[in-house]
Design a protein around this ligand. Structure first.
Ligand SMILES: *Cc1c(COP(=O)(O)O)cnc(C)c1O
Ligand code: SF4
Length: 345
C-alpha cells in the first residue's frame, strides 16, 4: 500500500495563481488520470455565480482526484480507432478530427479530459494534411466532425484554413462542428465568423449545452446569428447529477433550444472518464426522465438518449431492451450485433 502525493494545481479564474493541495490517496482507489486545472470565461463565471448548476460544471472537486476501478483515461477507446494524429475513424461513413485540444472552459466531467490535460494546442499543419489525404483516399467518408477540445478556439483564419484544405481534397464532404462556445463565450462568434462558416455549406454546428441557464440573451443572440445565416443547428447534452437530472430542467432546455431553431440531438449517458463518478446518473433514472419527457415534448424536441459503449463499442441509443442483465454492480448491455458490454450500475 503506497500512499501517493497528489498535487492539485488549481488555477484561479483570472490570475492563474496555482494553489497546491496535497492529498493522501485512499488505498481502494487509483490516482485519477488527466486532472484539469480550473478554466472558465469571465462570462460563464459570472453566470455560474448566479446558478449552482452551472457552477458545478466548472468548479474543481476533490472527488476528481481519484478514479473508480472502472474508469479509464480513454473511455471510448478512441486511440484504437485513430488512423492518423487527431483523426478517429470508427463509423464507416464519418470521421472526427480533433483540431485543437483547447477549450474556453474545462467541464469537470469531460470524457476527453486526459487529452485536454496534455495541452498540445492546435493540430499541426502536417497532421491536418495527413488527415486530408486519408479522407481523400476513403470515399466512403461522407462527413467530417470537427471537434477537440473546441474547434472555435482556433482563430477564424485557422478554422477557415482547416475547412479549405479538407474541402479541396473532398469537395463533396459534409462538415459538422462540435462546440460549446455559443454558451460559454458567445462573443467569440462574430458576424464575420458566421459568414466564413456559412461559405462552407453544408456545414452543421452542434452545440454542447447542459442547462437552460446557459441559454442567456447573449447565447441566444449568438445562436440566432448562426441560424439566420442558414447554418443548421443541433445540440448535445450530457446527463449530469444535480445539474440536469430532472425532467423539468431538460424540458426547459429542449423547448428553449427548439425556440432557438436548434434540434436537440443527443442526451448522453456519462462516459467513464477518470474521476467523474460523482456526476453519474443511473441509466434507470435516465429512462425515467426520458419517459416523462416523451409525455411533455414534441417528437422532434426529444434528443436520442445515447451511450458510447465502453471500450470502443460505439454510440447506441439507450432503450430498456438493450439491457440484457445485471451483474454485481454492472449493467450488461448489447450492441446492435448482440455483443455484450458492461457499464457501472
Ligand atoms: C460521436 C462520433 C461520431 C459521430 O456520430 P453521430 O452518431 O453521427 O453523431 C463519429 N465518430 C466518432 C468516433 C464518434 O465518437
Ligand atoms: S468543452 Fe467539451 S471538450 Fe472541452 S472540456 Fe468541455 S466537454 Fe471537454
Amino acid at each position: 500500500m503506497k500512499s501517493q502525493k497528489l498535487v492539485w494545481m488549481k488555477m484561479r479564474m483570472h490570475g492563474c495563481i496555482p494553489i497546491e493541495r496535497v492529498i493522501l490517496s485512499n488505498a481502494s482507489m487509483n490516482e485519477s488520470v488527466g486532472i484539469l486545472p480550473k478554466k472558465s470565461t469571465p462570462y460563464y463565471a459570472s453566470l455560474s455565480g448566479l446558478c449552482e448548476e452551472l457552477q458545478r460544471q466548472i468548479e474543481p472537486d476533490d472527488r476528481e482526484l481519484f478514479a473508480q476501478p472502472y474508469e479509464m483515461p480513454d473511455p471510448l477507446s478512441e486511440n484504437m480507432h485513430t488512423v492518423s494524429p487527431g483523426l478517429v475513424h470508427r463509423y464507416q461513413n464519418r470521421v472526427i478530427l480533433k483540431v485543437t485540444d483547447e477549450c474556453a472552459v474545462h467541464c469537470r466531467f469531460c470524457f476527453r479530459k486526459a487529452l485536454i490535460a496534455e495541452k498540445r494546442g492546435a493540430l499541426l499543419e502536417s497532421d491536418l494534411l495527413l488527415a486530408a489525404v486519408y479522407i481523400a483516399e476513403h470515399p466512403e467518408i461522407a462527413e467530417v466532425v470537427l471537434t477537440g477540445g473546441d474547434p472555435l478556439m482556433l482563430k477564424d483564419t485557422q478554422l477557415q484554413y482547416v475547412l479549405t484544405v479538407l474541402r479541396e481534397k473532398r469537395p463533396d464532404i459534409v462538415f459538422r462542428i462540435n462546440t460549446r462556445i455559443p454558451v460559454v463565450l458567445p462573443d467569440r462568434i462574430t458576424e464575420k465568423t458566421v459568414k466564413m462558416l456559412a461559405a462552407f455549406s453544408p456545414l452543421w454546428v452542434s452545440i454542447h449545452t447542459n442547462h437552460p441557464g446557459e441559454l442567456t440573451a447573449q447565447a441566444s443572440g449568438c445562436i440566432s446569428l448562426l441560424a439566420d445565416n442558414g447554418i443548421p443547428l443541433l445540440s448535445q447534452t450530457v446527463l449530469l447529477k444535480d445539474i440536469n437530472d430532472k425532467a423539468d430542467t431538460l424540458e426547459q432546455l429542449f423547448s428553449q433550444l427548439i425556440r432557438l431553431r436548434v434540434k436537440p440531438y443527443y442526451l448522453f449517458q456519462l462516459d467513464s472518464a477518470s474521476g467523474t463518478s460523482h456526476f453519474r446518473v443511473t441509466i434507470e433514472q435516465g429512462f425515467e426522465i426520458m419517459k416523462e419527457l416523451r409525455l411533455r415534448l414534441a417528437g422532434y424536441a426529444l434528443p436520442v438518449y445515447a451511450l458510447d459503449l465502453p471500450g470502443g463499442g460505439g454510440k447506441v441509443p439507450l432503450t430498456p431492451d438493450r439491457i440484457v442483465g445485471h451483474e454485481e454492480g454492472w449493467i450488461v448491455l448489447k450492441d446492435d450485433a448482440g455483443k455484450e458490454y458492461r457499464y457501472p450500475e
